[in-house]
Design a binder for this molecule. Structure first.
Ligand code: MIC
Ligand code: SF4
Length: 642
């Protein structure tokens, strides 16, 4: 039987396991990336492992999330990252150089290679034919140390594109359409492979938009073939030698095939507060808009911003709208400046922000109370913008500009001027903001600078054979990592300070959670389906662990989060009978006996203090059981398991 692209890359990087969907495979990792918000913890973990130098082909640390320096915390963390990376063989992309995924696509991504990153949108690399996964910081630390990355072998979905996008309809609309079809759970356990004649009409940055948004489907990753378009992009970035062709075999088999005719698509919009809450832009056309934000790792490429500049040229932003534009990288910003497009953006009245994540993660530019904000980003989870009652919609750059100019949600296809964007044959290349690590002999004595914001890594407990714990929180479906461990300008600087961060855990759902969990001692959380969707932040597991959470019982879990729970030593369990969810109430005392035997069998019995008994499934591999029994991946790794 022929192979899909993903299966080919997995086969060539397979260290252990069988490529049967559902079983665990261990992969060799060629490249790693971190960003600052997850990176501080990842390098602290790497240091604990005691390995002097990374063993990957390339490891790079970006600083793009925590670039607001309102106090010493972020500046100290930047210095820590710069010095710890220099010492251990990791490249360092300085603050202001751009958003990790955008810069990685431009300068470092290579078709056919494996990449893991401590950020859930690492699959953006699939736009250039990489097999790229979002992972928890500890998994990235282990990969930097030469250890394997473990995933459950996914099933394969093929999206077959035909036709060509109409003017003012974009790659973002393709992503939103797929979210409409599949929902935020529809990709769980799958790799989404894009193919068909329609892909020949999509440039690498457009493909990157699509693979980036694949994360919102819950997919393990997404990937495009590596073809002449990939070669041309790499050549324009001055690195044609990185090109290798990659295609699926003609007889490759897929578990599901979805056909999309690009020429039939309309501009789409995701309504508050979920990326799959998708309708046509046209259907919302009279909604008044307060704010428009253009940028993020989804839509901040030169191609996107040249279109934005062309639409804004000679026009003025509507007086009741506040427009921000954050270019994805220094390369994008410099090229916009050199060709005059930046002047068109500025002249329209837009506020140009730093090349960073910015408003996407609530780092400034929060909307006004109850404000309607149209964003070219990938997530509109409740509270993420920093304004609790903000109404965030996700759109393409074209739809964003149409709203910025008219003051209302407006279908951009009502604009009739042709958008004729000429992409340069060569991108401007200046990697001076990427610092190479120190040579090994100098690195030995190099000092790592740590600020007072860095606090000790929390200690997790190993499991004994029985556990009695309080059900401290019961939540519903699609709980995101932004619910569990919110981000934003006020909290994000404390990612290396778990005790402080813990005060905000589940704040969006229940501000008393943190205090109650601490008071309860051992705790259990009960959730609905797709628990932990969204970010790769391991803090959404480390902080609950710090607060005494020993297990989470849910109807189903999101992939990266369940791995992070295990890494933190928290037992993930799913209801054998989902109807049992309704029979549990917050504050019940739950007892689980015979944990060792039950883990082995994959089924545990839980008894509530009112006598109600139910079964939960814990399908764990031998390795995962050993991690839990050791009290988490760090302990397991220290004890010699890799
Ligand atoms: C996000 O988009 O939610 C983030 C912030 O980039 C996260 C990483 C983090 O929480 O630091 C992600 O997507 O993994
Ligand atoms: Fe940054 Fe937003 Fe992309 Fe996350 S989704 S990496 S916060 S731009």
């Amino acid at each position: 039987m022929g192979k899909t692209i993903a299966q080919k890359i997995i086969a060539s990087h397979l260290i252990a396991g069988s490529m049967t969907p559902g079983s665990e495979v261990a992969l060799r990792i060629d490249q790693t990336l971190t960003q600052d918000a997850t990176g501080t913890m990842a390098y602290l973990e790497f240091e604990t492992m005691g390995i002097p130098r990374v063993k990957t082909e390339l490891s790079i640390a970006y600083v793009d999330h925590n670039t607001l320096q309102c106090g010493f915390e972020n500046s100290d963390d930047h210095r820590y990252l710069q010095t710890v990376t220099a010492k251990h063989g990791v490249h360092f992309s300085r603050p202001g150089n751009g958003i990790c995924h955008q810069v990685h696509l431009e300068r470092f991504g290579k078709p056919g290679k494996t990449l893991i990153g401590s950020d859930s949108h690492t699959p953006t690399g699939g736009g250039i034919g990489m097999l790229a996964f979002g992972a928890g910081g500890l998994d990235v630390a282990v990969a930097m140390g030469g250890g394997a990355y473990y995933i459950t072998m996914p099933k394969m979905i093929k999206v077959n594109l035909t036709g060509k996008l109409n003017p003012y309809v974009t790659a973002k609309d393709v992503s939103l359409e797929l979210l409409r079809i599949l929902s935020v759970k529809g990709g769980v356990g799958n790799i989404v492979e894009w193919g068909g004649p329609g892909i020949e009409t999509l440039s690498v940055p457009e493909r990157g938009t699509i693979t980036n948004m694949g994360t919102e489907l819950g997919a393990t990753t997404s990937i495009f073939p590596s073809d002449e378009i990939t070669r041309a992009f790499l050549a324009a970035q001055g690195r044609e030698e990185d090109y290798v062709p990659l295609a699926s075999d003609p007889d490759a088999e897929y578990d599901r095939i979805i056909d999309i005719d690009l020429s039939t698509l309309k501009p789409m919009i995701a309504c508050p507060h979920s990326p799959d809450n998708v309708v046509t832009v046209e259907s919302l056309k009279d909604v008044k808009v307060d704010q428009v934000c253009i940028g993020s790792c989804t839509n901040s490429s030169l191609y996107d911003l040249l279109k934005v500049a062309a639409m804004l040229k000679g026009k003025t932003v509507h007086p009741s709208v506040s427009l921000s534009v954050s270019p994805g990288s220094r390369q994008v910003l410099t090229m916009l400046a050199n060709c005059g497009a930046l002047s068109d953006i500025l002249a329209s009245g837009a506020r140009v922000l730093e090349c960073a994540c910015g408003p996407c993660i609530g780092m400034g530019f929060s909307p006004n109370s109850g404000g309607v904000s149209l964003r070219t980003f990938n997530r509109n989870f409740l509270g993420r913008s920093g304004t609790k009652d903000g109404q965030v919609y996700l759109v393409s750059p074209e739809t964003a500009v149409a709203a910025a100019l008219t003051g209302y949600i407006t279908d951009p296809t009502t604009f009739t001027e042709p958008l004729d964007i000429q992409m340069p044959e060569k991108f401007l290349i200046n990697d001076s903001a990427v610092l190479a690590p120190l040579p090994a002999d100098e690195a030995v004595n190099a000092e790592v600078l740590r600020g007072p914001n860095i606090k000790e890594f929390p200690k997790s407990k190993a499991f004994t054979d029985s556990l009695t714990a309080q059900l401290v929180l019961k939540v519903g479906d699609n709980i995101t990592t932004d619910h569990i461990m919110p981000a934003g300008a006020k909290i994000l600087p404390y990612r290396s300070n778990i005790p402080y961060l813990s005060k905000f855990c589940f704040e969006v759902c229940d501000p008393s959670f943190s205090e109650r969990a601490k008071a309860a001692g051992d705790g259990i959380i009960v959730g609905g389906s797709n628990y932990g969707q969204g970010s790769s932040r391991e803090h959404a597991a480390l902080v609950p662990m710090y607060l005494g959470i020993r297990g989470v019982i849910a109807k189903s879990f999101a992939r990266i989060h369940v791995a992070n729970l295990i890494n933190a030593g928290i037992l993930p369990m799913t209801f054998e009978n989902p109807a049992d969810y309704d029979k549990l109430s917050q504050d019940a005392k739950l007892t689980i006996n015979d944990i060792y035997g039950g883990m082995e069998k994959g089924v545990l019995t839980v008894t509530a203090d009112d006598g109600f008994q139910f079964n939960v499934i814990c399908n764990l591999t031998q390795r995962q059981r050993s991690i839990l029994l050791a009290g988490g991946l760090l302990n397991y790794t220290k004890e010699g398991g890799l």
